[in-house]
Unconditional design. Structure first.
Length: 461
């Protein structure tokens, strides 16, 4: 009886501790990793490093000098040599360590064993990146960081550089317009495409950038940001008025570059290789980012007159995509589908949008439209996105690389408030003033009187 009481006294705290750890692992994986997962994974790595590398085929035969030294000093067996391991650096989401590859090894050998290393060391995922010739970095992620997104405190930022989502390897996904000027974002209804757009607008709103929008859903997506927009078109007819203005602005900027560099005025724009960033800061025009939401609405036509207008708008969009980068005009095109069935010019426009982000789509053909021509192996990953994970997407570019990302939650009210606070940053572009949206007057509610004030008012009567 005494032994049973002692067992219950000891087992109670142990069960509570185990239950608390299980709850933390399910509901607060970051806390669980910092307190339990990190020490366990570090211990596994240190104790089994050599044997795991040998099992994964990442070891090489020792040199003759090493064999002679081992035989001369000890009688133990001479084992294959694993890659030299650097210092283990713990992070809030996992571990990082560098490996110096042995002669004859390449980073692809380590990347091919990433899944084996994940199981051996008990982590969620292992990612391999090349640091320099002969050195790779292993990034061990302790838990699924995309289940509940928390952006890192320190993210790369700058002019036209927006950290907009989190990658599956716990690094920020940065939308850099100067590196990749134009992007196509596809996603079905409730896939998180609008959330992605909000983060872009909110991030750019704090920078000296002109924001221009085409939202053919009567402006329901971009109208809340009217305080920060330099121009907004809410239907195809208004878009047909806005695009020629942007074309003229682009041509004026090319004339400015020609005048500054002494190029002959008759030189075609296509032969100019410089851009506005080579101009002095006091002469440099402000960058312009054009957001096109539901781009398919610009392609749909009902009459012959609409078809002529469509062809003209598509031609202008293609010109902006081909020539706009050097003039500091960047395109952010969004839609649910975007393929050749939209009509003439759709495929040509898509080819100019080198960066792609594909959220959950309704069919495999839509995923192929977004990623099939740049990263075919990413199509299956895009088709596997579950409806209960809004904001999850596959991002790729023309280099063939791709990764899964997820955008953190940002309410429409918070994004609109950021735009209102940044309204003073709207640049002065005379050509766009007639197309600037009307900003509703914000009514400020008077604060409710305190109880002391009400009591004093009653006593005064």
């Amino acid at each position: 009886m005494t032994d049973l009481a002692t067992l219950l006294e000891v087992g109670g705290p142990v069960a509570a501790l185990g239950g608390g750890a299980a709850y933390a692992r399910a509901q607060h994986p970051g806390v669980y990793w910092s307190t339990v997962g990190l020490p366990l994974s570090t211990a596994r790595l240190l104790s089994s490093y050599s044997s795991v590398m040998e099992a994964c085929g990442l070891t090489v035969a020792p040199s003759r000098l090493r064999v002679l030294a081992v035989k001369a000093t000890t009688r133990r067996e001479v084992r294959p040599v694993p890659p030299r391991r650097g210092i283990i650096r713990p992070t809030s989401t996992g571990l990082r360590l560098r490996l110096r590859l042995a002669p004859g090894q390449e980073p692809a050998d380590v990347a091919a064993s990433a899944e084996r290393l994940r199981h051996a060391w008990g982590v969620h995922a292992v990612y391999v990146t090349t640091v320099k010739p002969g050195v790779v970095e292993l990034r061990l992620v302790g838990f699924d960081v995309l289940r509940k997104v928390r952006m890192p405190r320190k993210s790369p930022a700058g002019t036209l550089k927006i950290p907009v989502a989190l990658r599956e390897d716990a690094t920020p996904f940065v939308r850099d317009y100067r590196t990749v000027p134009h992007q196509l974002t596809l996603g079905a209804t409730l896939s998180g495409k609008s959330m992605y757009l909000r983060h872009l607008v909110a991030g750019l709103a704090r920078q000296p950038v002109a924001l221009v929008g085409i939202d053919c859903k009567r402006g329901v997506e971009l109208a809340p940001f009217a305080a920060r927009l330099s121009a907004l078109a809410t239907d195809p007819a208004q878009a047909a008025q806005l695009l020629p203005v942007l074309i003229n602005e682009m041509e004026d900027r090319y004339d400015l570059i020609k005048a500054r560099q002494g190029i002959a005025s008759g030189t075609p724009d296509e032969e100019i290789t410089s851009d506005i960033w080579g101009l002095p800061e006091h002469e440099r025009p402000v960058p312009v980012v054009l957001f096109v939401d539901e781009v398919a609405e610009l392609f749909l036509v009902a009459t012959r007159k609409d078809e002529d207008r469509r062809d003209e708008m598509v031609t202008q969009l293609i010109r902006l995509a081909q020539l706009g980068r050097a003039a500091g005009i960047y395109l952010e095109v969004c839609g649910q589908r975007f393929g050749a069935e939209l009509g003439k010019g759709a495929t040509m426009l898509r080819a100019q949008l080198s960066s792609r982000v594909c959220h959950r789509v309704n069919d495999e053909a839509s995923a192929k439209m977004a990623l099939g021509d740049i990263a075919p192996e990413a199509v299956s990953a895009a088709c596997a996105i579950a409806p209960e994970l809004p904001g999850l997407a596959v991002a790729g570019d023309t280099s063939g690389g791709w990764s899964r990302i997820r955008t953190p939650y940002l309410s429409l009210g918070d994004a609109a408030e950021i735009c209102h606070e940044s309204a003073h940053l709207v640049p002065d572009l005379p050509a766009l003033k007639p197309l600037r949206p009307a900003v509703p007057v914000r009514t400020v509610k008077a604060p409710a009187p305190s109880r002391a004030a009400v009591r004093r008012f009653r006593l005064s009567r």
